[in-house]
Design a protein around this ligand. Structure first.
Ligand SMILES: *[C@@H]1O[C@H](CO)[C@@H](O)[C@H](O)[C@H]1NC(C)=O
Ligand SMILES: *[C@@H]1O[C@H](CO)[C@@H](O)[C@H](O)[C@H]1NC(C)=O
Ligand SMILES: *[C@@H]1O[C@H](CO)[C@@H](O)[C@H](O)[C@H]1NC(C)=O
Ligand SMILES: *[C@@H]1O[C@H](CO)[C@@H](O)[C@H](O)[C@H]1NC(C)=O
Ligand SMILES: *[C@@H]1O[C@H](CO)[C@@H](O)[C@H](O)[C@H]1NC(C)=O
Ligand SMILES: *[C@@H]1O[C@H](CO)[C@@H](O)[C@H](O)[C@H]1NC(C)=O
Ligand SMILES: *[C@@H]1O[C@H](CO)[C@@H](O)[C@H](O)[C@H]1NC(C)=O
Length: 266
Protein backbone atom coordinates (compact mmCIF):
# COMPACT_ATOMS: atom_id res chain seq x y z
CA UNK A 1 0.00 0.00 0.00
CA UNK A 2 1.20 3.59 -0.59
CA UNK A 3 3.11 4.85 2.39
CA UNK A 4 3.78 8.53 3.12
CA UNK A 5 7.38 9.30 3.98
CA UNK A 6 7.49 10.96 7.43
CA UNK A 7 8.69 14.32 6.08
CA UNK A 8 5.76 14.65 3.71
CA UNK A 9 3.44 13.68 6.50
CA UNK A 10 4.93 16.39 8.74
CA UNK A 11 4.62 18.89 5.91
CA UNK A 12 0.94 18.07 5.42
CA UNK A 13 0.37 18.30 9.15
CA UNK A 14 2.02 21.72 9.16
CA UNK A 15 -0.22 22.92 6.31
CA UNK A 16 -3.22 21.54 8.16
CA UNK A 17 -2.25 23.43 11.32
CA UNK A 18 -1.70 26.63 9.32
CA UNK A 19 -5.12 26.42 7.69
CA UNK A 20 -6.82 25.78 11.00
CA UNK A 21 -4.68 28.19 12.97
CA UNK A 22 -6.24 30.09 15.85
CA UNK A 23 -6.34 33.86 15.27
CA UNK A 24 -3.10 35.70 15.91
CA UNK A 25 -3.13 37.35 19.33
CA UNK A 26 -1.88 40.80 20.09
CA UNK A 27 -2.15 43.00 23.14
CA UNK A 28 -1.82 46.69 23.84
CA UNK A 29 -2.01 49.06 26.78
CA UNK A 30 -4.87 51.49 27.19
CA UNK A 31 -4.15 54.84 25.45
CA UNK A 32 -1.05 53.35 23.79
CA UNK A 33 -0.48 51.81 20.35
CA UNK A 34 -1.58 48.38 19.12
CA UNK A 35 -0.10 46.42 16.22
CA UNK A 36 -2.51 44.21 14.31
CA UNK A 37 -0.36 41.70 12.48
CA UNK A 38 -0.81 40.63 8.86
CA UNK A 39 2.19 38.50 7.96
CA UNK A 40 2.42 38.06 4.19
CA UNK A 41 5.54 36.56 2.66
CA UNK A 42 4.66 37.60 -0.92
CA UNK A 43 6.36 34.57 -2.53
CA UNK A 44 5.58 35.80 -6.06
CA UNK A 45 7.07 39.21 -5.28
CA UNK A 46 3.93 40.99 -6.42
CA UNK A 47 4.38 44.73 -6.61
CA UNK A 48 2.50 47.00 -4.14
CA UNK A 49 0.97 48.77 -7.13
CA UNK A 50 -1.04 45.63 -7.89
CA UNK A 51 -2.20 44.96 -4.31
CA UNK A 52 -5.14 46.12 -2.23
CA UNK A 53 -4.45 45.69 1.51
CA UNK A 54 -7.05 46.55 4.14
CA UNK A 55 -8.14 45.81 7.71
CA UNK A 56 -11.71 45.40 8.96
CA UNK A 57 -13.16 45.12 12.45
CA UNK A 58 -15.86 42.61 13.42
CA UNK A 59 -18.56 45.05 12.24
CA UNK A 60 -16.81 45.22 8.85
CA UNK A 61 -15.78 48.84 9.38
CA UNK A 62 -12.53 49.63 7.58
CA UNK A 63 -9.57 50.71 9.73
CA UNK A 64 -7.13 51.32 6.91
CA UNK A 65 -6.72 50.70 3.20
CA UNK A 66 -3.66 50.67 1.00
CA UNK A 67 -5.06 50.70 -2.55
CA UNK A 68 -2.51 49.93 -5.27
CA UNK A 69 0.25 51.41 -3.14
CA UNK A 70 -1.66 54.52 -2.01
CA UNK A 71 -3.49 55.20 1.24
CA UNK A 72 -7.22 55.42 0.62
CA UNK A 73 -8.80 57.45 3.39
CA UNK A 74 -12.35 57.71 2.09
CA UNK A 75 -13.09 54.06 2.90
CA UNK A 76 -11.81 54.41 6.49
CA UNK A 77 -14.54 54.60 9.16
CA UNK A 78 -14.65 57.86 11.15
CA UNK A 79 -13.79 56.09 14.40
CA UNK A 80 -10.45 54.94 12.95
CA UNK A 81 -9.56 58.02 10.90
CA UNK A 82 -6.14 59.45 11.85
CA UNK A 83 -5.55 56.60 14.30
CA UNK A 84 -4.15 54.06 11.84
CA UNK A 85 -1.06 53.66 9.71
CA UNK A 86 0.71 50.81 7.96
CA UNK A 87 3.87 49.50 9.59
CA UNK A 88 5.46 48.07 6.47
CA UNK A 89 8.53 46.66 8.19
CA UNK A 90 6.46 44.47 10.54
CA UNK A 91 3.60 43.97 8.07
CA UNK A 92 1.18 45.20 10.72
CA UNK A 93 -1.44 47.87 11.16
CA UNK A 94 -0.59 50.45 13.79
CA UNK A 95 -3.64 51.55 15.79
CA UNK A 96 -3.04 54.51 18.10
CA UNK A 97 -4.78 55.64 21.28
CA UNK A 98 -6.20 52.20 22.07
CA UNK A 99 -9.43 52.12 24.11
CA UNK A 100 -11.08 49.20 25.89
CA UNK A 101 -13.76 49.27 23.15
CA UNK A 102 -11.08 48.40 20.59
CA UNK A 103 -10.79 44.94 22.10
CA UNK A 104 -11.96 42.28 19.65
CA UNK A 105 -11.13 40.57 16.40
CA UNK A 106 -9.86 42.07 13.17
CA UNK A 107 -9.37 40.75 9.64
CA UNK A 108 -6.66 41.75 7.25
CA UNK A 109 -7.21 41.15 3.54
CA UNK A 110 -4.66 41.18 0.75
CA UNK A 111 -6.12 41.23 -2.76
CA UNK A 112 -4.49 41.37 -6.15
CA UNK A 113 -5.91 43.55 -8.88
CA UNK A 114 -6.15 41.61 -12.13
CA UNK A 115 -7.87 42.46 -15.45
CA UNK A 116 -10.70 40.16 -14.31
CA UNK A 117 -11.15 41.88 -10.95
CA UNK A 118 -9.82 41.53 -7.41
CA UNK A 119 -8.48 38.14 -6.32
CA UNK A 120 -8.11 37.37 -2.62
CA UNK A 121 -4.57 36.18 -1.89
CA UNK A 122 -4.51 36.22 1.86
CA UNK A 123 -6.77 36.74 4.87
CA UNK A 124 -5.55 36.89 8.46
CA UNK A 125 -7.71 36.96 11.58
CA UNK A 126 -6.24 38.57 14.68
CA UNK A 127 -7.48 39.15 18.19
CA UNK A 128 -6.65 42.26 20.22
CA UNK A 129 -6.55 42.25 24.01
CA UNK A 130 -6.36 45.58 25.85
CA UNK A 131 -4.71 45.99 29.25
CA UNK A 132 -4.40 48.79 31.78
CA UNK A 133 -2.18 48.57 34.85
CA UNK A 134 -3.95 49.01 38.17
CA UNK A 135 -2.52 51.66 40.49
CA UNK A 136 -0.51 50.55 43.50
CA UNK A 137 -3.06 49.38 46.12
CA UNK A 138 -3.53 51.91 48.90
CA UNK A 139 -4.53 51.02 52.46
CA UNK A 140 -6.67 53.46 54.39
CA UNK A 141 -7.71 53.20 58.02
CA UNK A 142 -11.41 53.98 58.11
CA UNK A 143 -12.11 54.29 61.82
CA UNK A 144 -10.90 57.08 64.05
CA UNK A 145 -10.88 54.73 66.98
CA UNK A 146 -7.52 53.91 68.46
CA UNK A 147 -9.05 51.83 71.23
CA UNK A 148 -8.25 48.25 72.09
CA UNK A 149 -10.89 46.58 69.94
CA UNK A 150 -9.11 46.68 66.62
CA UNK A 151 -8.91 48.58 63.40
CA UNK A 152 -10.94 48.77 60.22
CA UNK A 153 -9.07 49.00 56.97
CA UNK A 154 -9.98 49.48 53.32
CA UNK A 155 -7.72 49.05 50.37
CA UNK A 156 -8.30 50.28 46.84
CA UNK A 157 -6.67 50.22 43.45
CA UNK A 158 -7.84 52.18 40.44
CA UNK A 159 -8.04 52.40 36.64
CA UNK A 160 -7.13 48.87 35.59
CA UNK A 161 -8.27 46.34 33.01
CA UNK A 162 -9.31 43.54 32.87
CA UNK A 163 -10.92 42.67 36.23
CA UNK A 164 -8.29 41.41 38.68
CA UNK A 165 -8.37 37.82 39.97
CA UNK A 166 -8.40 38.78 43.62
CA UNK A 167 -7.40 41.24 46.28
CA UNK A 168 -6.50 40.43 49.87
CA UNK A 169 -4.79 41.64 53.02
CA UNK A 170 -1.64 39.91 54.06
CA UNK A 171 -0.63 40.11 57.76
CA UNK A 172 2.95 39.35 58.66
CA UNK A 173 4.17 38.85 62.24
CA UNK A 174 7.53 37.57 63.49
CA UNK A 175 6.24 33.98 63.37
CA UNK A 176 3.52 33.81 60.80
CA UNK A 177 1.81 35.21 57.75
CA UNK A 178 -1.96 35.19 57.39
CA UNK A 179 -4.02 35.92 54.32
CA UNK A 180 -7.36 37.71 54.82
CA UNK A 181 -9.55 37.20 51.80
CA UNK A 182 -12.49 39.46 51.28
CA UNK A 183 -15.05 40.08 48.55
CA UNK A 184 -13.92 42.71 46.06
CA UNK A 185 -16.15 45.70 45.43
CA UNK A 186 -15.82 46.43 41.73
CA UNK A 187 -16.86 49.56 39.89
CA UNK A 188 -16.41 50.43 36.25
CA UNK A 189 -15.93 53.86 34.75
CA UNK A 190 -18.73 54.27 32.20
CA UNK A 191 -16.54 56.31 29.85
CA UNK A 192 -13.13 54.61 29.93
CA UNK A 193 -14.52 51.19 30.98
CA UNK A 194 -11.60 50.83 33.43
CA UNK A 195 -12.15 49.13 36.79
CA UNK A 196 -11.63 50.34 40.35
CA UNK A 197 -11.60 47.68 43.07
CA UNK A 198 -11.60 47.77 46.87
CA UNK A 199 -11.82 45.49 49.90
CA UNK A 200 -12.37 46.09 53.61
CA UNK A 201 -11.24 44.30 56.72
CA UNK A 202 -12.19 44.55 60.37
CA UNK A 203 -9.13 43.33 62.23
CA UNK A 204 -9.16 42.79 65.99
CA UNK A 205 -5.90 43.50 67.80
CA UNK A 206 -4.37 40.07 68.25
CA UNK A 207 -3.13 38.99 71.66
CA UNK A 208 0.62 38.65 71.80
CA UNK A 209 1.16 40.37 68.47
CA UNK A 210 3.15 43.48 69.18
CA UNK A 211 4.99 43.80 65.92
CA UNK A 212 3.02 43.10 62.77
CA UNK A 213 2.85 44.54 59.30
CA UNK A 214 -0.09 44.45 56.95
CA UNK A 215 0.04 44.61 53.16
CA UNK A 216 -2.70 44.76 50.62
CA UNK A 217 -2.12 42.60 47.56
CA UNK A 218 -3.76 42.71 44.14
CA UNK A 219 -3.48 39.73 41.82
CA UNK A 220 -4.06 40.79 38.23
CA UNK A 221 -5.15 39.02 35.08
CA UNK A 222 -4.11 37.65 32.65
CA UNK A 223 -0.46 37.66 33.76
CA UNK A 224 -1.17 36.93 37.45
CA UNK A 225 1.17 39.65 38.63
CA UNK A 226 1.02 40.53 42.34
CA UNK A 227 1.02 44.23 43.17
CA UNK A 228 1.75 45.11 46.81
CA UNK A 229 0.71 48.18 48.74
CA UNK A 230 3.19 49.95 50.95
CA UNK A 231 3.47 48.13 54.31
CA UNK A 232 1.30 49.36 57.19
CA UNK A 233 2.65 48.52 60.66
CA UNK A 234 -0.08 47.56 63.13
CA UNK A 235 -0.35 46.14 66.64
CA UNK A 236 0.84 47.45 69.96
CA UNK A 237 4.27 48.45 68.61
CA UNK A 238 2.48 50.72 66.21
CA UNK A 239 0.34 52.42 68.82
CA UNK A 240 -1.63 55.61 68.31
CA UNK A 241 1.08 58.16 67.64
CA UNK A 242 3.29 55.68 65.85
CA UNK A 243 0.51 54.63 63.55
CA UNK A 244 -0.08 58.20 62.45
CA UNK A 245 3.60 58.77 61.94
CA UNK A 246 3.87 55.56 59.92
CA UNK A 247 0.89 56.54 57.80
CA UNK A 248 2.42 59.93 57.13
CA UNK A 249 5.62 58.22 56.04
CA UNK A 250 3.60 55.96 53.75
CA UNK A 251 1.87 58.92 52.15
CA UNK A 252 5.18 60.66 51.55
CA UNK A 253 6.91 57.57 50.24
CA UNK A 254 4.04 56.84 47.91
CA UNK A 255 4.67 59.82 45.69
CA UNK A 256 8.25 58.80 44.95
CA UNK A 257 8.32 55.03 44.76
CA UNK A 258 6.36 52.69 42.51
CA UNK A 259 5.05 49.53 44.22
CA UNK A 260 7.09 46.41 44.18
CA UNK A 261 5.64 43.66 42.04
CA UNK A 262 6.62 40.26 40.86
CA UNK A 263 5.21 37.36 38.87
CA UNK A 264 2.85 35.11 40.78
CA UNK A 265 3.95 31.51 41.11
CA UNK A 266 0.88 29.89 39.56
C1 LIG B 1 10.99 41.96 -6.33
O1 LIG B 1 10.67 42.88 -7.36
C2 LIG B 1 11.38 44.10 -7.31
C3 LIG B 1 10.89 44.99 -8.43
O2 LIG B 1 9.51 44.93 -8.54
C4 LIG B 1 12.87 43.84 -7.46
O3 LIG B 1 13.60 45.04 -7.33
C5 LIG B 1 13.30 42.86 -6.37
O4 LIG B 1 14.66 42.52 -6.55
C6 LIG B 1 12.46 41.61 -6.41
N1 LIG B 1 12.80 40.76 -5.27
C7 LIG B 1 12.90 39.44 -5.37
C8 LIG B 1 13.28 38.71 -4.12
O5 LIG B 1 12.69 38.85 -6.39
C1 LIG C 1 2.38 47.68 33.11
O1 LIG C 1 3.01 46.80 34.00
C2 LIG C 1 3.94 45.92 33.39
C3 LIG C 1 4.44 44.93 34.43
O2 LIG C 1 4.66 45.53 35.66
C4 LIG C 1 5.07 46.74 32.77
O3 LIG C 1 6.01 45.88 32.15
C5 LIG C 1 4.47 47.68 31.74
O4 LIG C 1 5.46 48.51 31.20
C6 LIG C 1 3.38 48.54 32.36
N1 LIG C 1 2.74 49.28 31.28
C7 LIG C 1 2.39 50.55 31.37
C8 LIG C 1 1.77 51.16 30.17
O5 LIG C 1 2.57 51.19 32.39
C1 LIG D 1 -15.36 48.29 62.20
O1 LIG D 1 -16.41 47.86 61.36
C2 LIG D 1 -17.37 47.06 62.03
C3 LIG D 1 -18.42 46.64 61.02
O2 LIG D 1 -17.83 46.36 59.82
C4 LIG D 1 -18.00 47.83 63.16
O3 LIG D 1 -18.92 47.01 63.86
C5 LIG D 1 -16.93 48.32 64.13
O4 LIG D 1 -17.48 49.14 65.11
C6 LIG D 1 -15.87 49.08 63.38
N1 LIG D 1 -14.78 49.38 64.30
C7 LIG D 1 -14.24 50.57 64.40
C8 LIG D 1 -13.13 50.68 65.37
O5 LIG D 1 -14.64 51.52 63.74
C1 LIG E 1 -14.93 59.41 65.71
O1 LIG E 1 -16.00 58.49 65.80
C2 LIG E 1 -17.04 58.86 66.69
C3 LIG E 1 -18.08 57.77 66.72
O2 LIG E 1 -17.60 56.59 66.20
C4 LIG E 1 -17.65 60.19 66.25
O3 LIG E 1 -18.64 60.60 67.17
C5 LIG E 1 -16.56 61.24 66.14
O4 LIG E 1 -17.12 62.44 65.62
C6 LIG E 1 -15.43 60.78 65.24
N1 LIG E 1 -14.38 61.76 65.25
C7 LIG E 1 -13.80 62.20 64.13
C8 LIG E 1 -12.72 63.18 64.31
O5 LIG E 1 -14.15 61.81 63.03
C1 LIG F 1 9.58 43.88 64.03
O1 LIG F 1 9.98 42.74 63.25
C2 LIG F 1 10.88 43.03 62.21
C3 LIG F 1 11.15 41.75 61.46
O2 LIG F 1 9.98 41.04 61.27
C4 LIG F 1 12.15 43.60 62.79
O3 LIG F 1 13.04 43.94 61.73
C5 LIG F 1 11.83 44.84 63.61
O4 LIG F 1 13.01 45.32 64.23
C6 LIG F 1 10.82 44.51 64.67
N1 LIG F 1 10.42 45.74 65.36
C7 LIG F 1 10.22 45.78 66.67
C8 LIG F 1 9.82 47.10 67.23
O5 LIG F 1 10.33 44.79 67.37
C1 LIG G 1 7.15 33.56 68.14
O1 LIG G 1 8.12 32.54 68.28
C2 LIG G 1 8.91 32.69 69.46
C3 LIG G 1 9.97 31.60 69.48
O2 LIG G 1 9.79 30.70 68.44
C4 LIG G 1 8.01 32.62 70.70
O3 LIG G 1 8.79 32.81 71.85
C5 LIG G 1 6.96 33.70 70.60
O4 LIG G 1 6.05 33.59 71.68
C6 LIG G 1 6.18 33.58 69.32
N1 LIG G 1 5.27 34.71 69.19
C7 LIG G 1 4.00 34.58 68.86
C8 LIG G 1 3.21 35.84 68.76
O5 LIG G 1 3.48 33.49 68.64
C1 LIG H 1 -22.09 57.38 34.17
O1 LIG H 1 -23.01 56.68 34.99
C2 LIG H 1 -23.60 57.47 35.99
C3 LIG H 1 -24.48 56.60 36.86
O2 LIG H 1 -24.64 55.32 36.38
C4 LIG H 1 -24.39 58.58 35.35
O3 LIG H 1 -24.96 59.42 36.34
C5 LIG H 1 -23.49 59.41 34.45
O4 LIG H 1 -24.23 60.39 33.78
C6 LIG H 1 -22.80 58.51 33.45
N1 LIG H 1 -21.86 59.30 32.69
C7 LIG H 1 -21.79 59.24 31.37
C8 LIG H 1 -20.79 60.13 30.72
O5 LIG H 1 -22.48 58.47 30.72
Amino acid sequence: PPHLPPLIFLYLLFIYILLNAAPLKSQAYFNKTAYLPCPFANPQNISRSELVIFWQDQEKLVLYELYLGKEKLDSVDAKYLHRTSFDEENSALQLDNVQIKDQGSYDCFIQRKTPRGLVLLHKIDSELLVLANFSEPEILQVSNSTGNSGINLTCSSTQGYPKPMKMYFWLKTQNSTTEYDSVMQISQDNVTELYTVSISLSLPFLDGVNNATIFCVLKTQPMKILIFSQPLPIGKAASQGDLFRFMLTICKRKKKKPGLSYEGDE
